[in-house]
Design a binder for this molecule. Structure first.
Ligand SMILES: Nc1cccc(Nc2ncnc3[nH]ccc(=O)c23)c1
Length: 304
């Protein structure tokens, strides 16, 4: 009896594009199990392969237990078993509570630390397996989870690509990710697939939008939760709609004037602007974003 059979399924907690997510118990551990239907085999394979890349364990990457295939006669199901987080996604978390500036910085910094770990190539060392640089390609608040310690961890690696493998650069293969969060170069179909850095620039653009979603919920200026471009494109926007708004008109989420009264909100606004710049090469690296957020975090009250 392989890993898949030992799971006790408790309740269905999510329904994504790729299969459903269940809360379960496996060997006394709370787990989340993503159940892929057989037609989502590629996404399950990709997410499994990425998780099995060496040295992918990190406090700000969604913890992986196992992948398994369980078959009931004809229909087989592919499973991905990960750590369970009661708070759910950052998208869920930001809906139900506003936050203070320190929480804002902890959420943003920890998410940037997870993305920085993905982006960073770690060379083989004595006794270390190393890891290739990895680009996520679907950064958004729904793919980031909130841990009980208030830090984020990055999930949903189904679209991730490694810097050390040749990518099938068929044009339609490059239009992955969530349209609302697509960078201008993706929407204008100007992405350079043979240049791995361009996938990192795409991640940083989306990270800027995530920072805006978090910052908007920070007291004393907290506003209702909104997704980026909530007021300029319709729900489930088309590719063409997003291309017009982000690619052609170069629109970005609005920075409220009242943020200029508070130095930390000013700096946060500056950071997100440097993430979502139209020209990919002008954007900060996620490592620089992480360092800036950490120095802002240190300047707030409690030590970190
Ligand atoms: N990428 C990926 C793969 C497998 C499960 C998930 N989702 C989750 N993982 C951990 N805790 C959670 N808590 C609440 C809702 C969730 O959806 C959830 C994401």
């Amino acid at each position: 009896r392989t890993v898949g059979q030992h799971i006790t399924y408790k309740e269905r907690i999510g329904k994504g594009r790729f299969g459903a997510v269940w809360r379960g118990v496996w060997l006394d551990e709370d787990v989340a199990v993503k159940v892929f239907t057989s037609l989502e085999e590629t996404s399950w394979n990709q997410e499994t392969e990425i998780y099995n890349t060496g040295m992918l364990r990190h406090e700000n990457i969604l913890g992986y237990y196992a992948s398994d295939t369980v078959g009931m006669n004809s229909c087989t199901h592919n499973l991905l078993i990960v750590h369970y987080h009661e708070n759910g996604s950052l998208y869920d978390y930001l809906q139900c509570s506003d936050i203070d500036m320190e929480e804002m910085l902890i959420l943003a910094h920890s998410a940037s630390a997870g993305l920085a770990h993905l982006h960073t190539e770690i060379k083989e060392g004595t006794g270390r397996h190393g890891k290739p640089a990895i680009a996520h390609r679907d950064i958004k608040t729904k793919n980031i989870l909130v841990k009980s310690n208030g830090q984020c961890c990055i999930g949903d690696l189904g679209h991730a690509v490694r810097g050390d493998v040749k990518l099938d650069a068929a044009p339609e293969k490059l239009l992955v990710g969530t349209k609302r969060y697509m960078a201008p170069e993706v929407l204008n179909k100007e992405l350079k697939p043979d240049f791995f850095e361009s996938f990192k620039y795409v991640d940083v653009y989306a990270f800027g939008l995530v920072m805006w979603e978090i910052a908007r919920r920070a007291r004393p200026f907290a506003e209702e939760y909104r997704v980026p471009f909530w007021d300029v494109v319709q729900a489930d926007p088309s590719f063409e709609e997003m291309r017009q708004v982000v690619g052609v008109q170069q629109q970005r989420p609005p920075i409220p004037n009242k943020w200029s009264k508070e130095p930390l909100m000013c700096e946060t606004a500056k950071l997100m602007r440097e993430c979502w710049a139209q020209n990919p090469k002008v954007r900060l690296t996620i490592l620089r974003v992480k360092k800036n957020l950490y120095s802002m975090l240190k300047s707030t009250s409690r030590e970190h």
